[in-house]
Design a protein. Sequence first.
Length: 427
Amino acid sequence: MLTILTLFILGLVVFFEIIWPVARICSLSLLFYLRPENYVPIISEYRTNLFVAIILFISSFLHRRDFSKKGVMFLAVFYLLSGILSAVLSSLDKGSDVNLSLFTITKCVLFSIIILNYINNMKDFMLFIKVMVFAGFCNAIFALIQRIFSLPSGRGLLILDRSCGFQADPNELAAMLIVLIPLAYCFFLHGKNKFLKGSYIVTVCVLFGGVLCTVSRSGFLGLFFVSICLFAKNIKKKSTIIIAGLVLLFFFSFAQALFESREATIQTSLGGRTRFEDSAGSRIINVKYSFRLWLRHPLLGVGPAQYTKAVREELGHRRHGYVVHNTFMQVLVEQGLMGFSAFAAIFFISFRALLQLKKTQSKFFSEFALYLQIGLIGMIIVSLFINFQETYLYWIMIILPIVAEKIFQNEHALNESQGVINNNQMA
């Protein structure tokens, strides 16, 4: 089976390399968002995503793609190497979780570099964004179906009566949909005809409903921020007021019942004991534990996926979560200042690119940058309460502003060169 899968993947890679390289990236992105490994174990077992990421990474160098953003590539690779170094030098026992974490980080970093190098024009960039929105729509539809029919997630579990979509965790799904809502709304505003406008506004409403079905408190905070920003930006439009009214009506009639069902949920263990869900208190405790561990390992951290063991062996605590539930603290405690500095630097470059795009004279670039910024801030809000650094969406969204800036710079340089040529011809 492994041989068949390998040959099939190689064949797809060669086919798309010859026909349309960007289509290959869009297809892979769709697979990453729909997460088939949650339903087809063989995909997860053979690490096919990592295999494909390595092939694409090597292919981008062989075909001399656009490497104008070498600084970002260096930071991404530095982040990966810091994770590997912290894992190797960690004094804790290294289990399968460490390898899985390193595999995931490698896939995310390589794929972000691939996107940065392959997407070089506006047509490919918009196609990639639309594929992301479509994947989010599929996840939201499945989340609604899960909620209505009480279907289990890919792991065969109902997580506190919350929908996961095609993702493994409700909070991850909420973060994904929150990022995509502003982008879908931007497409609605720039729709060329009534059919496209109607399709995108339906997508926005479905994404909104998908977030509610996750019953994610951090998701609700991010959704509240995104909704306020969208309303403030388009308050003079009649369609915005109508949509806002429908959304508020849906929110107050649906969200309260969802939250009440979650807070009343009782988890029953195998021993017959019961306890009420209290994740908020445990998250505060884990942030404190992570800070104490980081003070002990400031430079390299405790190592990827080693937080749980470190809390037990170094702090002597048994009752805690498996993760910090804070993306930035998780990176800091596991990879230390080396990994965190690279992680934070990529964030800084991404937001600087957005600020540059917002200042451009191109109406579309400046407006798209604003909506992308709203989505990114919403994602950061959710990231303060979940671990999101080892997901494709997180790295894709951080890289997208840098890709957009690169495309704008290329088009601006091309227009200037054409202007010089025309002036010379006229002379």
